[in-house]
Design a protein around this ligand. Structure first.
Ligand code: HXC
Ligand code: NAP
Length: 295
């Protein structure tokens, strides 16, 4: 094995891992409760699983109740912890308030919030309708604010806690075809800093986590992950590969654990060095756009 450590196993579907080797103490989150938006699929599902494997109970919330219910069943079976599935549209504060009340009735507290819900697609700025731009900002940025503010008012202000916002590196180099998602995530990174400053005295830590291309996810599929892998795109990444959902979940685990007790207002990039070296390959991305149409 290489000197930089083992790559944790993963599965591409929204299922629990077949094998898992502990890096952190298995009870590092014993008796904690996490509220995870977008927790029914992709990166959010794996975050829920890894937190649960470390003793945490979870609430997973997204628009599709059917999806989160199916995922909750798998998470409970795979980890032995409790998981509550709730329907939420992060653009609609009233749905978040209802979900937070249900979560508090079931678990009695919420220690951790992970804002992972998002929407994205490839589109040039000139082709974006005003509503398309607004929709992505509403889900990502406003959704993150809505959920954070409601949880703050209802619980975190009086009890402290930890928030992790899942962002992206898209704005760092002005990624082509991504003005909507890049702007949305950059605004979340700013929000992370503002809220870390305002809510630090309430014993609340807030950080962003920016993943690179992560295999086995909707984001990877929509943004042409497989096509890019086939075109040797990953040779341009310092670590020569896409990341795994488990690697992102381990970053969240670190940020919510006591190991990060003095970490707030920052952004943890987990991308194998991708954004430092990957240029905006305009012709390849345009070709991908032609193929993907409206995914
Ligand atoms: C251009 C598009 C479009 C596309 C939708 N729109 N898809 N425009 N290209 N491919 C436009 C619509 O025409 C509409 O504008 C507006 O966006 C809203 O679309 P709706 O379908 O009405 O919205 P909604 O049902 O709320 O769906 C939101 C969504 C959808 C974002 C469009 O894809 C969604 O629900 N996504 C959630 C899952 C997801 O995207 N996961 C990936 C996250 S990955 P008009 O003007 O016609 O009304 C990610 C990776 C980041 O974030 C970084 C990776 C490196
Ligand atoms: P994903 O599985 O599609 O996750 C997005 C989740 O958000 C879905 O579970 C979706 O569920 C939920 N959601 C969407 N709109 C919502 C709304 N209005 N209200 C509540 N929930 C909503 O995609 P993913 O690729 O794993 O992405 C997870 C996170 O990682 C996102 O924040 C994404 O931006 C970020 N990210 C991903 C990558 C990558 O390579 N995949 C890279 C960088 C950043 P419903 O449809 O049921 O609502």
């Amino acid at each position: 094995m290489s000197g930089i450590g083992n790559i944790p196993e993963d599965v591409d579907t929204d299922d629990c891992l077949l094998n898992y080797s502990y890096i952190f103490s298995p009870d590092i989150l014993k008796d904690k409760v996490a509220f995870i938006t977008g927790g029914g699929s992709g990166i959010g599902f794996r975050i829920a699983e890894i937190l649960m494997r470390h003793g945490c109970q979870t609430v997973i919330a997204s628009r599709s109740l059917e999806r989160v219910q199916a995922s909750a069943k798998k998470l409970v079976a795979g980890t032995g912890q409790r998981c509550l599935a709730l329907s939420v549209d992060v653009r609609q504060p009233v749905t978040i308030v209802a979900a937070v009340e249900k979560a508090l009735r079931k678990f009695g507290k919420i220690d951790i919030l992970v804002n992972s819900a998002a929407g994205n697609f490839l589109c040039p700025a000139s082709g974006l309708s005003f509503n398309a731009f607004k929709t992505v900002l509403e889900i990502d940025t406003i959704g993150t604010f809505n959920t954070s503010k409601i949880l703050y008012q209802r619980w975190l202000k009086d009890h402290g806690g930890v928030i992790v916002n899942i962002t992206a590196t898209l704005s760092y180099r002005g990624q082509i075809l991504q003005v909507h998602a890049g702007s949305a995530k950059a605004a979340i990174d700013a929000m992370t800093k503002h809220l870390a400053v305002e809510w630090g005295p309430d014993n609340i830590r807030i950080n962003s986590l920016a993943p690179g291309p992560i295999s086995g996810t909707e984001g990877f599929r929509k943004l042409g992950g497989l096509a890019r892998a086939m075109a040797d795109h990953y040779k341009l990444i310092p670590l020569q590969r896409a990341g795994t959902k488990t690697e992102i979940a381990h970053g969240v685990l670190y940020l919510v654990s006591p190991a990060a007790s003095y970490v707030t207002g920052t952004s943890l990039v987990i991308d194998g060095g991708h954004w430092l070296t990957s240029a905006n390959n305009m012709s390849a991305m345009q070709a991908l756009l032609q193929k993907s149409a409206k995914l």
